[in-house]
Design a protein around this ligand. Structure first.
Ligand code: PMP
Length: 442
């Protein structure tokens, strides 16, 4: 059987067929091994052959694979909710299980809207987000995101959303401005936008604590999210944190927002939650939001056929236990620090490397034509794509990102290797990336 009838991401070109997984490696049908340096897009946090997760899925399959949540709950769904809440940011109390990241964001947006209806504030419907952001490809999530390239064709279908500046220290911080002051300045744009729209019309602010798919592991500066939280509180606006990519231990804490010292009202997770073994995501919310609905209409006007899927939930329980109980978060911090050090050693002085950033095992490298002026490459050169291709040939999967942010082209490579990576493999990732960079940029 070939690939002739498959309608995948792209309509042209042959790509290898994956036939096996071995720890951090993916094996294709020719036997070639690729180090999965980005977990796809920060998905495969346990690599590709985790026996514990496989056993959990098989065990659940022997019991029951699916029972519709309109009629039944299941033990794995309940266990997963308990496990998540045991580790969740303060105030987060309820878990709504879905099948992926976009679904989690859609649920978050609709929950925010219904919350304000239940509270008797029906004018609140506007979302504020940031220009450098991606929240998913379904229409609600796409409307929230600020990624022009992904939105452009579908603009007529998207709900009106305000986009304020991202927190992007490499390009945004002005000469003489401290990182803290920079963070406060861009956070205060939220205040200005809420005032412009009228607080009574604003429902939520949504942001990724560490930005993933539009910019390559861009962390916030200190104090930024505390100021954002203050502004949201001052105006009764909900804070939705999208941890679909940066959550589930990727940055060294189970939730990335733990490092900011803030709790959201709603948080979305996916990717690392199922670690690629099953498609699953979740939207978690505060007790206050849940109670407003429970004591109001008593029904969240939403739902998907596969929500709370028992097999997916069983896999996620096993993943979460592995992450939280087997010292993997320590390994994320340890190998993350090593990866950062090695990237700086090899690329720190490179004429075409502008920025090396990130947290834990979530690292981004930004490539520029001129590191002094930060002048980006001409988008026509397709540097990020060429790096992806050269790395792939060298046996390394890394996630490239191009695209324009505030009129500036960005060429980044995202690294998000499995949490089981060892010291030698950190070297392997950096060496292979270095080969690719030499090939593309000299
Ligand atoms: N939010 C963020 C922050 C993401 O990175 C992604 C996926 N890259 C999504 C939402 C959408 O998730 P999915 O592709 O699982 O729908």
């Amino acid at each position: 059987m070939g690939q002739a009838h498959l309608f995948g991401r792209s309509t042209g070109g042959d790509i290898p067929v994956a036939v096996g997984g071995d720890g951090c490696y993916i094996i294709d049908s020719t036997g070639k091994r690729y180090f999965d340096g980005s977990g796809g897009a920060a998905v495969s946090c346990l690599g590709h052959s985790d026996a514990t997760v496989a056993e959990a899925i098989k065990g659940q399959l022997d019991r029951i694979a699916f029972a519709h949540t309109g009629f039944f709950s299941s033990a794995p769904a309940g266990d997963l909710a308990d496990l998540l809440i045991a580790h969740a940011p303060a105030g987060i109390d309820r878990v709504y299980l879905v099948s992926g990241g976009s679904e989690a964001v859609e649920a978050a947006i609709k929950l925010a809207r219904q919350y304000f209806l239940e509270k008797g504030e029906p004018k609140r419907s506007r979302i504020i987000a940031r220009r450098q952001s991606y929240h998913g490809n379904t229409l609600g999530a796409l409307a929230a995101g600020g990624n022009e390239w992904r939105r452009a064709q579908f603009a007529p279908l998207l709900a009106e959303t305000s986009h304020i500046s991202p927190v992007y220290e490499y390009r945004g911080r002005q000469a003489g401005e401290s990182a803290f002051d920079y963070g406060q300045r861009v956070a205060n744009e939220l205040e200005t936008e809420i005032q412009r729209l009228g607080p009574e019309n604003v429902m939520a602010f949504i942001a990724e604590p560490v930005v993933g798919a539009t910019a390559g592991a861009v962390p916030p500066v200190e104090g930024y999210f505390k100021r954002i939280r203050e502004i949201c509180d001052a105006h009764g606006v909900l804070l939705i944190l999208d941890e679909v990519m940066c959550g589930m231990g990727r940055t060294g804490t189970l939730f990335a927002c733990e490092q900011e010292g803030v709790s959201p009202d709603i948080v979305t997770i996916a990717k690392g939650l199922g670690a690629g073994y099953q498609p699953i995501g979740a939207m978690l919310c505060s007790a206050a939001i849940y109670e407003a609905i429970a004591s109001g209409s008593g029904f969240f006007q939403h739902g998907h056929t596969y929500m709370g899927h028992p097999l997916a939930a069983a896999a996620a329980c096993a993943v979460l236990k592995r992450i939280t109980r087997d010292g993997l978060l320590d390994n994320v911090l340890d190998k993350g620090a090593k990866l950062d050090a090695r990237l700086n050693e090899v690329f720190g002085q490179h004429a075409h490397v502008g920025d090396i950033r990130g947290r834990g095992l979530f690292r981004g490298v930004e490539f520029v034509e001129d590191r002094e002026t930060k002048k980006p490459f001409d988008p026509k050169r397709g540097v990020a794509k060429a790096l992806k291709k050269a790395a792939f040939e060298a046996g390394l999967i890394c996630y490239p990102m191009g695209g324009t942010i505030d009129g500036v082209n960005g060429d980044h490579v995202l690294l998000a290797p499995p949490f089981i990576i060892d010291d030698g493999q950190v070297d392997e990732v950096v060496d292979k990336l270095s080969l690719a960079v030499s090939k593309v940029l000299g």
